[in-house]
Design a protein around this ligand. Structure first.
Ligand code: GLU
Length: 873
């Protein structure tokens, strides 16, 4: 059986025609596919813009009978006509061209990726490069459709996109002049493959092909071009490629090109640098068609091809079935995985991200469309980083602008005169050295000519290091250069290498503070309250137990036994005076006699011993350590007064912070500073010297990292309050500079491996007198008044002792009651307790058993007093 498939090409599309014929030939030679059928290629040349002619050609072909139609290869009036004929006569139309339509016709299948999917691949690339400002330079309006996703995402990513269209009839370089004038260095270029080389040459002519420039070319055919002229310029030229040059079939075609062209009688088709995307898609299209034909053949008997007349209007019977067989087919062709979704769009395909390097056109990443149409991913290869970081800076010589600022960049102190980089030392100097080792670039330091960091004047011009970068006088700026949003508009910053914030540098007051009640300072107030509570409760307990225990009751006049009266020393007053006397280490006239009261006394002695020792020790510390009181405690305090002047650096971010702030306190501070221009300084060094000499009437607003360095060395200075803001120091590069990303990458590496921490330790704590003031700080911070946490244990012991004394008192009571009383111990105890708590008397009658001797004197005869108790009063 013979099936004819037809391709419509222009006479110039020789490579496409060759691949079409080659694909048919390969299918015919392959015994595993369509073994019973022979495909015959029918090629007709057409004129894209002559639709009448194209119409006629297509009808001629259909009259011979065809199973499918390929082409035309670009969007034109002829392609629209062809499509409508195929639709009407149900002939499968296989397309391989860029088509913006959101729907596919029933009888059409397009192997070219959907424009919106391609667009998201370009967006992913731009995102991965971190472009913020770029130009889209395009040839015709299709370009805008191709890049539609950029406009959708512009707001989300804060992209500043400038659009330029090449004017028909005018040289491309005219447009590039404008792009260059706008100082845009990142360009998305959308031009036809045929014009691409000329466009790139024109860009080169106007100086838009330097190492600072980056191009993203939307054409999928950049790999087919001779890019020898652009290999060495270090311009990043990147594009996407769908053709899989590593597939065995592709290698076979490229390897045997001459042989194959001769075999197909097309020796004039010269071997290209790479196969065009459309040629490769046609090749895969034939494979797709033949697989579908085979499936159709197996499922129903197709009686060969039928001639179809354009005039009769009766369609081909198997057209729709063939189409339906084509859609679910998936196979790996020379354009990667060929697979379609339900809408007839290619899905799950991948694109190679290609870039031009000295070694040629190489693959640096892969972009994949996942089965979920909204999910995509870009997988960089190992050489991605090399290409986008180290390699791009290798052997490059950078001019590094800096400013003298301790400890970032300092002039070496030495007897010999030094020149070049040798004359500098410091944190920033070491940092750039580390970066240069990592990325293998060279650098030359240059001190900023006007001695300023960079601030925008009223005319909108930047001075200092920022100005130098903008005027191309240097490549990067490194020192304690703060990343600010205003500066970010003019230059680019790397990732921060250090964090900081504005704070206040002030002189420590030298006068001591004396207060009337400083003797109270050793203990916290709560401890004093606890001591007072202990005193009251111990005294009361002593009084109660003193009355309870029988052994504290004595005969006041042992010679007048007949009185039969017992007296107790621990009256309420005596109890209180006993405890206070012993607490003050003065002793007392009354002394405990019973075991229980002695226990209380002992535990109280212990308690007072510990408390008095702690108090004395801490008081000594308090009296020797100076307590300084600062006239201001924070920025608010500074803003509320006018006695102490305050200022900051004249051309730095601190000044910009105050001038732009909307916070009332900082606004007020800005007004104050503005009204006295003398408060501004030319350098931090000048500011520090001013604070040092000031006698406390000048405060300097400075960044915390520098304050930390200063107060580490000058113990008379200190930081007041916390940070007014939070920011970081970064390396500044020109806007859209290619050095920004590699430098950021390297800084992150230095963060991760601890090098930045080591450098900070070296320049802050060790070198140039670091660590001088740390001892001092420790001393002053170690004197704290004692809290309950420190002395709580003594109170616990006191409580334990008191409880024990209670037990002893009960024991004493029982013991005595058993000897002296006729009543039960319990009744006796209750009576005595009642008596004790009545607190009415310090004397009581003698209690005795009927048959016992008088209590307290073993040898007296027992007088009979009748009832048990008789008050003497
Ligand atoms: N780091 C500041 C800057 O980049 C300079 C010091 C300051 O303003 O306090 O401008």
């Amino acid at each position: 059986m013979v099936d004819e498939c037809c391709g419509l090409f222009t006479p110039e599309q020789r490579e496409e025609e060759f691949l079409f014929r080659l694909a048919v030939n390969n299918i015919n030679e392959d015994a595993t596919i369509l073994s019973r059928t022979k495909l015959v290629p029918q090629v007709k040349s057409i004129d894209y813009y002559d639709s009448f002619h194209a119409n006629k050609r297509v009808c001629d072909l259909l009259e011979k009978g065809v199973v499918a139609l390929f082409g035309p290869l670009s969007y034109s009036p002829s392609s629209a006509h062809t499509q409508s004929i195929c639709d009407a006569l149900e002939i499968p139309h296989i397309e391989t061209r860029w088509d913006y339509k959101l729907h596919r016709d029933d009888l059409s299948l397009n192997l070219y990726p959907q424009p919106s999917v391609l667009s998201s691949a370009y967006v992913d690339l731009v995102k991965s490069w971190g472009w913020e400002r770029f130009a889209i330079v395009y040839e015709n309006n299709e370009g805008i459709i191709r890049l539609q996703n950029f406009f959708k995402d512009a707001q989300n990513f804060n992209w500043k996109i400038q659009l330029y269209q090449f004017e028909p009839g005018k040289p491309y370089r005219d447009t590039f002049w404008e792009v260059n004038k706008a100082k845009v260095t990142n360009v998305i270029l959308d031009v036809k493959r045929d014009n691409l080389l000329l466009v790139l040459r024109h860009a080169q002519q106007v100086g838009m092909m330097t190492d600072s420039h980056s191009y993203l070319i939307t054409s999928l055919d950049l790999h087919t071009m001779d890019l020898e002229d652009f290999k060495f310029g270090r311009t990043k030229i990147t594009s996407l490629r769908i053709v899989d040059e590593s597939s065995p079939e592709m290698m076979n075609i490229m390897g045997n090109w001459t042989k194959l062209t001769k075999r197909l009688n097309m020796p004039d088709v010269k071997k290209p640098n790479g196969i065009l995307t459309e040629s490769a898609l046609i090749y895969d299209g034939i494979r797709l068609l033949s697989t579908a034909l085979q499936d159709l053949d197996q499922s129903q008997s197709v009686d060969g091809i039928q001639p179809i007349s354009c005039h009769s209007g009766s369609p081909w019977l198997y057209g729709s079935s063939l189409m339906n067989y084509m859609r679910p087919i998936a196979f790996r062709g020379i354009t990667g995985l060929v697979d379609f979704d339900q809408l007839g769009f290619r899905t799950s395909f991948s694109l190679d991200v290609m870039t031009i390097t000295i070694d040629g056109f190489i693959k640096i990443a892969e972009w994949k469309q996942t089965t979920n149409r909204n999910e995509t991913n870009l997988t960089p290869m190992d050489n991605w980083n090399r290409h986008y970081s180290q390699v791009s800076m290798q052997n490059i010589s950078l001019v590094v602008t800096t400013i003298i600022s301790e400890p970032y960049t300092m002039l070496k102190e030495s007897a010999i005169e030094r020149s070049g980089n040798e004359q500098f030392e410091g944190f920033a100097v070491d940092l750039i050295e580390e970066l240069s080792k990592l990325m293998r670039f060279k650098y030359r330091f240059k001190l900023v000519s006007d001695g300023a960091y960079g601030i925008k004047d009223d005319k909108g011009e930047w001075n200092g290091m920022i100005g130098e970068l903008i005027r191309n006088e240097s490549d990067i700026a490194i020192v304690d250069l703060t990343i600010t949003s205003k500066r970010e508009e003019a230059v680019d910053f790397t990732q921060p290498f250090m964090n900081t914030g504005i704070s206040i540098l002030f002189k420590k007051p030298t006068t001591k503070v004396t207060t009337l009640f400083s003797f109270l300072s050793p203990f916290q107030n709560i401890v004093w309250i606890y001591v007072l509570a202990a005193y009251i409760s111990v005294s009361t307990i002593l009084f109660v137990i003193g009355r309870l225990t029988p052994y504290e009751w004595d005969d006041p006049h042992p010679c007048r036994q007949e009185d039969n009266v017992l007296e107790n020393n621990f009256s309420l007053i005596n109890s209180f005076s006993f405890t206070i006397g012993t607490m003050m280490q003065q002793g007392s006239a009354v002394a405990p006699k019973a075991m229980s009261t002695r226990t209380i006394a002992a535990i109280w002695y212990f308690f007072t011993l510990i408390m008095i020792s702690s108090y004395t020790a801490n008081l000594a510390a308090f009296l020797t350590v100076e307590k300084v009181v600062y006239p201001i405690e924070n920025a608010e305090g500074l803003a509320q007064q006018n006695q102490i002047e305050y200022g900051c650096l004249r051309s730095g971010s601190t000044k910009a912070f105050f001038s732009e702030s909307n916070i009332p306190v900082y606004k007020r501070m800005w007004k104050f500073m503005q009204s006295r221009p003398r408060v501004f300084t030319a350098s931090n060094r000048e500011g520090i010297a001013r604070v040092r000499k000031s006698n406390g009437n000048y405060a300097y607003l400075m960044e915390s990292a520098s304050i930390e360095y200063t107060i580490e060395r000058d113990c008379n200075l200190t930081q007041i309050g916390g940070l007014l803001d939070n920011k970081g120091y970064g390396i500044a590069t020109r806007k859209d500079s290619p050095y920004r990303n590699p430098l950021s990458h390297a800084i992150l590496k230095l963060h991760e491996n601890g090098v930045l921490l080591q450098l900070k330790e070296r320049w802050w704590k060790q070198k140039k007198g670091g660590g001088q003031c740390t001892e001092e700080t420790k001393k002053s911070s170690s004197v704290n008044n004692l809290s309950i946490d420190h002395v709580g244990g003594v109170f616990v012991v006191l409580l334990g002792g008191l409880s024990f004394s209670f037990l002893v008192a009960i024991f004493e009571f029982i013991w005595k009651a058993r000897h002296d009383s006729n009543e039960s111990v319990f009744e006796d105890m209750m009576k005595d307790l009642k008596f004790a708590f009545a607190c009415q008397s310090k004397t009581k009658n003698v209690v005795k058993k009927q048959d016992m001797a008088y209590q307290g004197s073993e040898y007296d005869s027992p007088p009979n007093y009748g009832p048990d108790f008789a008050s003497v009063y």
